[in-house]
Ligand binder design. Structure first.
Ligand code: SAM
Length: 286
């Protein structure tokens, strides 16, 4: 049930607007229209967002609303929303609140019965999932891992048994260390997909085992630059189907050439598995 008193599009609406994760062409027509019509845009970095707005001829005033002033700036934005002002929140890239500021403001808006309306669009997490070749019917967004190795490994150990596909964000200066920890804690053979600089000139999508991802990044200094998102297959032995990473890998490979039933049968025969369970996994009929 919608707990809001007013409908979206009534005066005093907070719009949560997604912006591109690298390619300016990925902004939506509704995002442009909304950013033009609102009274004010709350953004992480006014200089960064001004460049985006200039590209689309948008001259709506910007106010700063970032990780470090969120608690101070949210009450003022809420006050303006109560007076009937329409406000959009954007982040530097992608969808606000997804490893980005906005949570305090959105939560306060709900508490005060202010309409909150999404203008959906790009996010590095969903962009990678869509091309990952990993199950997307059950995924878990983890975001950034802790910087300290001991805490990072502890966090990963808590995720080790999860049957869900796991999605991590990572920066250039920690990608190598994080891939090492992923291999160490989740195991070298887990299937995974790395997305680097998605939608940008030097986009890389690399699919393989975690050990292959680690070695791929280590072997090429170009792969140390930019922004990274990693999707890791859930623990196969924790999944209800109990299919191993090897069975998944072979079945997925064969399914590219053969009907799913035949692919499942061959993968099961080769790896001593359950053909029906592999078929269900292949066709996502859980
Ligand atoms: N709100 C954003 C979203 O919806 O994706 C994420 C913001 S978070 C502060 C920034 C992180 O997102 C980067 O360090 C990287 O892990 C990931 N990211 C953002 N853009 C990316 C891109 N083009 N390719 C790969 N990863 C990206």
């Amino acid at each position: 049930m919608n707990a809001q008193n007013k409908k979206p599009d009534s005066p005093g609406t907070l719009y949560v607007v997604a912006t591109p994760i690298g390619n300016l062409g990925d902004i939506s027509a509704r995002a442009i229209e909304t950013l033009k019509k609102v009274d004010v845009i709350a953004c992480e970095d006014t200089r960064h967002s001004r460049r985006l707005l200039q590209a689309y001829g948008i001259d709506t005033p910007l106010v700063s609303h970032h990780q470090h002033n969120e608690h101070q700036s949210a009450p003022e934005l809420i006050r303006q929303l109560h007076t009937g002002a329409n406000i959009a929140i954007v982040s530097d890239a992608g969808t606000p609140l997804i490893s980005d500021p906005g949570f305090t403001l959105v939560r306060q808006a709900h508490a005060e019965k202010i309409p909150v309306s999404p203008i959906p669009g790009p996010s590095a997490a969903t962009a990678l999932l869509s091309v990952s070749g990993l199950p997307t019917d059950d995924f878990r967004f983890v975001g950034f891992l802790p910087a300290k190795p001991s805490q990072r490994k502890k966090r990963l150990a808590a995720l080790k048994e999860s049957p869900s596909t796991l999605v991590f964000y990572e920066s250039a200066h920690r990608i190598g260390d994080s891939l090492h920890s992923l291999v160490e804690v989740l195991g070298a053979d887990r299937l995974a997909t790395l997305g680097r600089e998605l939608t940008k000139t030097f986009e890389t999508v690399y699919h393989g085992t975690l050990a292959q991802l680690r070695d791929f990044v280590a072997a090429d200094t170009n792969q140390h630059k930019g922004e990274f998102v990693i999707a890791v297959a859930g623990n196969p032995s924790s999944s209800p189907q109990g299919i191993t990473a090897e069975q998944q890998k072979l079945a997925a490979l064969l399914a590219g050439e053969l009907p799913p039933k035949k692919a499942a049968k061959l993968a099961a025969a080769h790896h001593n598995g359950d053909a029906r369970a592999i078929y269900r996994w292949l066709t996502r009929k859980t």
